[in-house]
Design a protein around this ligand. Structure first.
Ligand SMILES: [Zn+2]
Length: 394
């Protein structure tokens, strides 16, 4: 029972505060607060549609939300750089070294990135110096000052809204068990020693997962979002993480379309948890398909993937905070069926205070726990579902 992933149960959540469309339409997810999470486990969860914000882990319900959140990833080894992406790198190189990029003929896009970034990183002459360094995700005042400047200028937050505590919670603190290869990191970009950008990254067994980027707004004409994405793709390819995850993709949210500009991108098919080329989805959306698209047969070699007909669920008119609906009542896509979730109960643990016990030992006393565990198992899936404990305070 050592080394279990540790969660606190928060459960099914319905809110009318969609941060993407601001329509006031419901948005639903299942959530757990994570105290401690192994990187292998988080990788497994990300590949089932989960994502984290600080210590909070959530799996959105694509079926019932106004803006369905599709997990998107790129195979870095097959990356096809575009002209616009090259232009961004050249412009940045000129700024940080004072001279044009020396363009060698390269056999593929990763070689192109490697040649470009090797020329500029560590560059130093009498008036220029430029470094890019990956370090632990620790809080520093220097990072916070840059974050504050960015939030105020780019996201129009007020000075009072941007707090050290919020920054710490959102971008430094992480449940991931971190070593020198996997865990939560910050990638620091410096010009002449001055911090100009920070990429917040989770490094997982097969993922460089981008959490956030903040930068000095004085450089906003340099497309640092694109520049850092190219740098992170190179990291994924060079260090053999293989895939680059950009979080969620929402087709109708134009602010997010840029994520599809990195090719070849794949979306997680919500009900089968398989990866399919983004084109299968966008083709349907462009023909006017509903926001929620899922495919039945997932053989990628089959040109005619069949999208599944899904009847809409009744909207939740009243939100009962005391008795939230279950993942089954709300048809959360991609979860285990009830029998499979139940069969994991005998592998579940409970932590009360300092003691961790097999769930079976206490279920007789607290029969209502069973439903919590069934839901957590369903949403976590069969791997993480047999490798965690739920923590209850005394
Ligand atoms: Zn929305």
């Amino acid at each position: 029972m050592m080394n279990l992933n540790k969660f606190m149960f928060t459960g099914y959540n319905v809110s009318r505060d969609c941060g993407y469309c601001r329509s006031g339409e419901p948005t639903e997810h299942f959530g757990l607060l994570s105290k401690e999470l192994k990187c292998e486990a988080y990788q497994d969860l990300v590949d089932r549609g989960w994502r984290r914000s600080g210590h909070y882990l959530y799996k959105p319900n694509l079926r019932t939300s106004c803006c369905p959140l599709y997990t998107i990833r790129l195979n870095a080894d097959e990356f096809q750089i575009t002209k616009v992406q090259k232009k961004t790198i050249k412009k940045w190189a000129k700024l940080v070294t004072g001279k044009p990029l020396n363009q060698k003929a390269t056999k593929n896009s990763i070689e192109y990135l490697k040649n470009a970034f090797e020329q500029i990183e560590g560059y130093e002459d009498q008036t220029h110096s430029y470094t890019v360094k990956l370090e632990s995700a620790e809080y520093t005042d220097e990072k916070f000052e840059l974050f504050k400047k960015y939030q105020i200028s780019v996201h129009h937050e007020s000075e009072e809204e941007v707090t050290k505590k919020g920054f710490e919670r959102f971008l430094c603190s992480s449940p991931l068990v971190t070593n020198n290869k996997y865990g939560s990191f910050h990638q620091l970009y410096r010009i002449n020693g001055i911090l100009v950008a920070v990429g917040v990254l989770d490094l997982l067994p097969h993922a460089v997962s981008s959490v956030y980027l903040f930068y000095d707004p004085e450089y906003s004409s340099f497309s640092l979002g694109r520049l850092s994405a190219c740098r992170e793709i190179l990291l994924a390819a060079e260090e053999k993480y293989q895939f680059y995850y950009m979080g969620y993709y929402i087709h109708k949210c134009t602010k997010m379309r840029y994520k599809g500009d990195y090719s070849p991108s794949y979306l997680l098919n919500p009900e089968t948890n398989d990866w399919l080329s983004i084109k299968h989805f966008t083709q349907l959306w462009e023909k006017g398909a509903s926001d929620y698209v899922t495919f039945e047969n997932v053989d990628e070699n089959n040109d005619e993937l069949k999208s599944k007909r899904v009847e809409p669920l009744p909207k939740l008119s009243d939100i009962d905070e005391e008795e939230p609906p279950s993942v089954y009542e709300r048809s959360l896509p991609g979860i285990l069926d009830e029998d499979a979730a139940k069969s994991l109960l005998r592998k579940n643990y409970i932590t009360i205070g300092d003691s961790t016990l097999p769930l079976n030992a206490v279920l007789g006393l607290f029969p209502r726990l069973e439903n919590l565990y069934i839901e957590a198992n369903a949403a976590l899936g069969s791997n993480v579902g047999k490798d965690y404990t739920l923590v209850f305070s005394q």
